[in-house]
Ligand binder design. Structure first.
Ligand SMILES: Cc1cc2nc3c(=O)[nH]c(=O)nc-3n(C[C@H](O)[C@H](O)[C@H](O)COP(=O)(O)O)c2cc1C
Length: 195
């Protein structure tokens, strides 16, 4: 198996192990982006899938992070799985997914989160919690007789294509281990780094 595939598989295996131990929210990650003056910002997003091209996540195209990614697609994520004592870091470029692919992931979401996506533009100022709940109730009613909730235009997906992957782990048998996978001009390399 090539080094990139090996690193992706290690990420999938960790997430699978986290699901097995019934960890609440095993698929959440911190996503860092940078603005036009180089100011980083970070927030939590759901990791929708780990595909051959990288890590897929979704957001509102009107959000601050989406505006930052449109100007500078460089991004990084970090996943910390406390019960397994593992950390996954991925750095690379976040590419906007096409409508067809985004639609495929949209169909996999629960009806509740589909309706919530309609009510949340993210960049918009929220008048009040009551106003948001009122909007949510309106959308629920609007889609009540729809078999499927359509994808709102403002809901978009990204794939973070890795150029660097770092895997940190600790086990009862070993002290911390840190493996750093790096994309180079002729493939991927891996180095063991001091934890
Ligand atoms: C557990 C959890 C999961 C979240 N998942 C997402 C997500 O998948 N997509 C998203 O846009 N925001 C998600 N959020 C909200 C973001 O953290 C953030 O508040 C929002 O996207 C606005 O970020 P921005 O203004 O930096 O763009 C999640 C928050 C939490 C606490």
């Amino acid at each position: 198996m090539d080094l990139y595939k090996q690193a992706l598989q290690a990420i999938r295996d960790t997430l699978e192990e986290a699901k097995q131990i019934a960890l609440p929210d095993p698929m959440v990650m911190s996503l860092a982006t940078v603005d036009a003056v180089g100011q980083p910002s970070v927030r939590t997003v759901y990791l929708q899938a780990v595909v051959d091209n990288g890590l897929v996540f979704f957001t509102s195209c009107q959000s601050r992070k989406a505006i930052q990614l449109a100007a500078n697609p460089r991004a990084a994520v970090c996943i910390y799985c406390q019960p397994l004592a593992r950390q996954i870091q991925v750095e690379g470029t976040a590419w906007l997914l096409g409508e067809e692919e985004a639609g495929m992931y949209w169909a996999m979401r629960s009806r509740d989160s589909q309706v919530a996506a309609w009510a949340s533009g993210q960049a918009e100022l929220s008048e009040s919690q009551e106003h948001f709940e009122h909007q949510l109730a309106e959308y629920r009613q609007r889609f009540d007789f729809h078999r499927q909730v359509p994808k709102p235009q403002h809901w978009c997906g990204y794939c973070l294509t890795p150029e660097r992957i770092e895997l940190w782990k600790k086990s009862w048998r070993h002290p911390q281990q840190r493996l750093s996978y790096q994309k180079t001009s002729n493939g991927w390399s891996v180095t063991r780094v001091n934890p």
